[in-house]
Design a protein around this ligand. Structure first.
Ligand SMILES: Nc1nc2c(c(=O)[nH]1)N[C@H]1C(S)=C(S)[C@@H](COP(=O)(O)OP(=O)(O)OC[C@H]3O[C@@H](n4cnc5c(=O)[nH]c(N)nc54)[C@H](O)[C@@H]3O)O[C@H]1N2
Ligand SMILES: Nc1nc2c(c(=O)[nH]1)N[C@H]1C(S)=C(S)[C@@H](COP(=O)(O)OP(=O)(O)OC[C@H]3O[C@@H](n4cnc5c(=O)[nH]c(N)nc54)[C@H](O)[C@@H]3O)O[C@H]1N2
Ligand code: SF4
Ligand SMILES: [Mo]
Length: 734
């Protein structure tokens, strides 16, 4: 819907400013939003992570606030014409409630599913998880973080007993003597972070990057290892093999602080460097130089990101690097450690408060009886009313509309039509649903398929908290209220919960028959209206939700009990765990013990295995995917920002000139990339910086340029992470 006539700011408005953070990635750069007669302007703000820096996406973020394509009214699909038409909130929400009731009456509570996002504030993530469990009483909730951080999260949990992306402040990067980045391209994905890399090298440190492409990040490295996609685990095991041979393993640390090293030692004995070279293409000399820099450096940090993690063996690959870090005695040592670069704005907090299929707030397990008792107590329901664990994101999406699978889906903060692996198949599943509801600020490709679209507020229009890549909880501050007709996600959840509670009471008037605006009649057991109870259980005010989240998380791994908004304001954020208001927070984890029952970190023996799909005569090339600076994720937001669209207008297929010559392709030629699952087309971009056996494309685009039309939906058996970073394709001139 358009609302181009609405002016940015009432005329004559006194300029207003709020200190907040960028809406996009996990770096959560500090920014000031200023509103005056000319509209809303972004100004960089000094914050310990970005130190005044912003990338182009941050600079242009305010453009969407008054964008002509912004949704400003609910849309409901007209059964007669199939068109999405403007509707009142009452009509739209009643359609949602009626649809939910119909499938739940027919097929049980689990017939409704919820899909969340790692861009949602902590408050929303918490409310969404609670809404699924006690509003809808379904076990089916999961979120896009499954596609993002899940492999590193699972590896961290099993090794350290806790999952926090960086267990130390970002500033530690600047002091590292050796910094190893595996499958991370922060020069494009978190540009202001590069300041820390520059500082690191200015301090005499060595930067080593592992990436199949010569990225903007790799160009700054002292050493660039360019492996075949999907071979990072072989590289990790070879690095540990060399460290053992050379005597660089920290025996005292291994003995005092870890368990399980023997099996790992025996396993990596078979990973002599020449074997890893044969598999990965990384020369033995480079493996040796890397192992030496890691094994003999003072302060050493190893970081992984999606390049290493988005594989069907992502958990084991991360574990390979965790094993290496533990063997070298890094985690918990000052200025050293292993970490993972979180991705989405609230990628960290989004996975702590209950939108994961197996999880309750505070990073509690939903199958742990004590956790269920605690959270049910906070929610005011009997513990046995809480559903059990659901299934991971891809499995959930792939079961939609199939016999026995959910028949209704509510999406908050994701665009799986573009971002899910094997996207055409998932698009089909969404089309098979009885009811698809999407809450979004814009008509994403997923919203375009919905039966009901609910327009939501944007980041500058609501308060809340975000947890950045360091586990630092930050304040998002509203500059102004949402435009007329638009509601916050929290208000939508609260309203739906209230309507569902009313709908559940048999004696009540059918909600549809109620004149708009009138209160339902009293029917509750002790004279309380169920709607009132539900409204109290689902507050729409973010401060009230945060207060409840603190109680729900108290005593859990991700303990926010001691974090108040005031404390965040006074301290440039607060690091969890932070159990008490007057006690300390935790910038650094693991100094004395790990979060395991015996306090020791746990090694796990892991071995290389091939990608789920290997190249063959028909599909002879390795295909991998990732990001470009000027686009964000599925592109719903950034493809609509003029400067970003100019900078990165369309998909491309990056390939080596030698390969291009062999295929008869020139720079700029339209090419078709085909896998067993489908095809997409985009212009060729020749680059000597990519391996000749590998092609790359960004996944930000829809339609004919959708890279996820070809990606493989094989998933990691532990984390459920899809194999976005390698599959087999054929490339030809289109
Ligand atoms: N501009 C921009 N910034 C973003 C985002 C965005 O969409 N756009 N998204 C945010 C989010 S949610 C995330 S998760 C982060 C992701 O941040 P990154 O992990 O840095 O991003 P990617 O581009 O997905 O992958 C990083 C690199 O992995 C390499 N790679 C591919 N396959 C392999 C492999 O098998 N092994 C290794 N070692 N490397 C491989 C790719 O060539 C790529 O350069 O970025 C965040 N920041
Ligand atoms: N091939 C390939 N595919 C990938 C990846 C890859 O590297 N390669 N990376 C994966 C990764 S790491 C990620 S994180 C996913 C991300 O992919 P998606 O889950 O699709 O994430 P976004 O594009 O950020 O989608 C967010 C949607 O929610 C809307 N939105 C933004 N803020 C809010 C809000 O506060 N409330 C509501 N209701 N809506 C909001 C936006 O407009 C947008 O439509 O993609 C994954 N897909
Ligand atoms: S690096 Fe991330 S948080 Fe910072 S301005 Fe860019 S998108 Fe925003
Ligand atoms: Mo991500």
């Amino acid at each position: 819907m358009t609302d181009g006539a609405r002016s940015a700011t009432p005329p004559g408005l006194t300029p207003r400013e709020v200190a907040t953070h960028c809406p996009y990635c996990a770096l959560q750069c500090g920014m000031t939003l200023r509103e005056d007669d000319a509209g809303v302007t972004v100004l960089p703000r000094q914050f310990p992570t970005n130190r005044g820096g912003l990338c182009q996406k941050g600079w242009t973020a305010a453009e969407l606030l008054d964008h002509p394509e912004r949704l400003t009214t609910p849309l409901v699909r007209d059964p007669a014409t199939g068109a999405l038409l403007p509707a009142s909130w009452d009509t739209a929400l009643e359609r949602v409630v009626a649809g939910i009731r119909a499938v739940q009456d027919d097929a049980g509570r689990d017939a409704v599913a919820v899909f969340g996002g790692g861009g949602l504030t902590n408050e929303k993530a918490y409310a969404l998880g609670k809404f699924a469990r006690i509003g809808l009483r379904t076990r089916h909730i999961d979120y896009n973080g499954r596609f993002c951080m899940s492999s590193a999260a699972a590896a961290g949990m099993r090794a350290f007993g806790i999952d926090r992306g960086l267990p130390f402040p970002l500033a530690d990067l600047g002091r590292a003597d050796t910094l190893l980045l595996v499958g991370a391209n922060p020069a494009e994905t978190m540009p202001p972070l590069v300041r820390w890399l520059t500082e690191q090298r200015r301090n005499g440190g060595q930067l080593i990057v592992v990436d199949p492409r010569v990225t903007a990040t790799a160009r700054q490295a002292d050493l660039h290892l360019q492996p075949l996609p999907g071979t990072d685990l072989a590289v990790a095991n070879a690095l540990l093999h060399i460290a053992l041979t050379e005597g660089w393993v920290d025996r005292a640390y291994v003995a005092d602080r870890t368990s399980g090293f023997d099996a790992v030692r025996r396993g990596v004995a078979a990973w002599w460097p020449a074997r890893a070279e044969q598999l990965s293409g990384v020369p033995v000399a480079d493996l040796e130089a890397t192992a030496r820099a890691l094994g003999t450096g003072g302060r050493v940090i190893i970081l992984t990101a999606r390049g290493a993690e988005q594989h069907a063996k992502g958990v084991d690959t991360v574990t390979g690097y965790v094993n290496l870090a533990l063997a070298l005695g890094l985690p918990g040592r000052d200025g050293s450690g292993y970490g993972c670069l979180t991705g989405q704005g609230n990628g960290q907090g989004g996975r702590e408060h209950g939108q994961k299929a197996d999880q309750l707030p505070g990073y509690r397990r939903i199958d742990d009886p004590a956790a269920r008792e605690h959270v049910a107590g906070v929610w005011g329901v009997p513990a046995d009313e809480l559903p059990g664990p659901g299934v991971p994101a891809y499995q959930l999406l792939d079961s939609l509309g199939t016999p026995g699978g959910p028949r209704a889906l509510l999406v908050f903060g994701s665009n799986p039509v573009v971002s899910a692996p094997r996207a055409a198949r998932i698009e089909g599943r969404l089309r098979d649903l009885d009811l698809l509801v999407v809450a979004d600020l814009l008509l994403s490709e997923t919203a375009a398929l919905a039966d009901v679209v609910l327009p939501t507020a944007q980041w500058a229009e609501e308060d809340g908290t975000m947890t950045n890549l360091e586990g630092r909880v930050l304040r998002r501050r509203a500059l102004r209220p949402p435009p007329p007709g638009v509601r916050t996600d929290l208000a939508i959840i609260a309203d739906l919960a209230a309507r569902l509670a009313t709908a559940e009471t048999p004696a009540t008037q059918p909600p549809a028959a109620r004149p708009p605006g009138t209160e339902p009649t009293s029917t509750g057991p002790a004279g309380t209206r169920p709607e009132a109870v539900a409204a109290a259980r689902f507050p729409a005010a973010p401060a009230a939700v945060f207060a409840e989240l603190r109680r729900a998380s108290a005593g859990g791994a991700a303990d926010y009990a001691g974090i108040s908004w005031d404390r965040i304001d006074a301290n440039d954020g607060v690091y969890w765990p932070c159990p008490t208001e007057d006690g300390p927070d935790t910038p650094r984890l693991f100094a004395d013990r790990f979060a395991t029952p015996d306090g020791r970190a746990r090694f796990h023996a892991v071995d290389h295995r091939p990608a789920a799909e290997e190249v063959c005569a028909t599909y002879p090339l390795h295909f991998t995917t990732g990001r470009v600076l000027a686009q964000y994720q599925s592109g719903t937001q950034t493809r609509r920002v003029a400067a970003l669209r100019r900078a990165a207008p369309e998909a491309f297929v990056e390939l080596h000139p030698d390969l291009a010559t062999r295929l008869g392709i020139d720079d700029g030629d339209p090419v078709r990339v085909t896998s067993r699952r489908g095809e997409f087309s985009a212009p060729a971009r020749l680059s000597a910086g990519i391996r000749p056996d590998t092609v790359f494309a960004p996944f930000h685009y829809a339609g004919a340029g959708r890279a996820n039309s070809v990606t493989n939906d094989a998933v990691d058996p532990i984390s459920g992470m899809p194999e976005f970073k390698i599959c087999a394709v054929r490339v030809e001139k289109a």
